[in-house]
Design a protein around this ligand. Sequence first.
Ligand SMILES: Cc1ncc(COP(=O)(O)O)c(C=O)c1O
Length: 319
Amino acid sequence: MKAEAPDPNITVWFQNRFVRLGDANVNILTHALHYGTGVFEGIRGYYDEKRKDLFLFRVLDHFDRWKRNCGILRINVPHTPAELSDIAAELCRRNRFESNVYIRPIAYKSSARIGVATDENDAYSIVAIPFGDYFDSKHGLKAGVVSWRRVDDTAIPGRAKICGAYVNSVLAGDEARHAGHDEAIFLTQDGHVAEGATCNIFIVRAGKLITPPVTDNILEGITRDSIIQLARNELKLEVHERSIDRTELYVCDEIFFAGTAVEVAPIVSVDYRPVGAGGIGVITEKLRSLFFDTSRGRVAGYRAWLWPVYGSAIIEKTA
Ligand SMILES: Cc1ncc(COP(=O)(O)O)c(C=O)c1O
């Protein structure tokens, strides 16, 4: 995937005001740039042509997670999740976005000086850009287990989107692509499947959905949580959060990634072995389309997950 540089003239939220992206710059000595002391988020918004509205997906949950995770680095974000959601929606309105969007909040240690010790100088910013597919996963992805292990909670907590921890994901993704895969699968230090470089992972065995527990060094994904809820409530599937062995990837029926950027991405091969029959699994396809419909306001009962930017009423249809 190669993303284009966003238009420098879009409006972003920086230093407590709306400014041009091209004017939202930080000092070269900024603490977070040198030591990775930032926490970011990734939120999607889906544009509905029919209703002419843009729906931010689980934006309150994303900002709630962000604020809690900022606490790990003792970074303070001086707004409630609802206030932050309002700023994000206002950004989309000011930019008159009428397409799917990706919203990138980042909070960071902002002092411009040398020295690892932190102080009370925190800053944060929110950027929204038009955004399409992260992966072309229509025909399924090839994934490979990489030699890099997932950062351990005792080293850098992977449950938060801590900037410095993403070196781990960069190394993993780089290794996977050089080996001819589309995406990496991380193992934990003790050899259990953790997740992808930028997404959580699910497998299907004998009709049951299985995903690693939040104590296996995964990012506590909001898409993961959405999939668990949809699988249990709408498809009446049994869902287990338990450790997964590497070779379960070779003998299971289906595998897919789940995350804000990748959405629901089927995996058709792992370590050069076909997954199941080598095509997209039936349960994966059902969950992918259910997630798609839910994120567009087309499934009854999930209205609270959507924040309409242009204020339309969401008309729910029964699934
Ligand atoms: C390492 C990692 N795991 C999982 C996820 C998925 O989390 P979410 O569904 O909240 O986007 C992400 C999201 O960017 C991620 O970076």
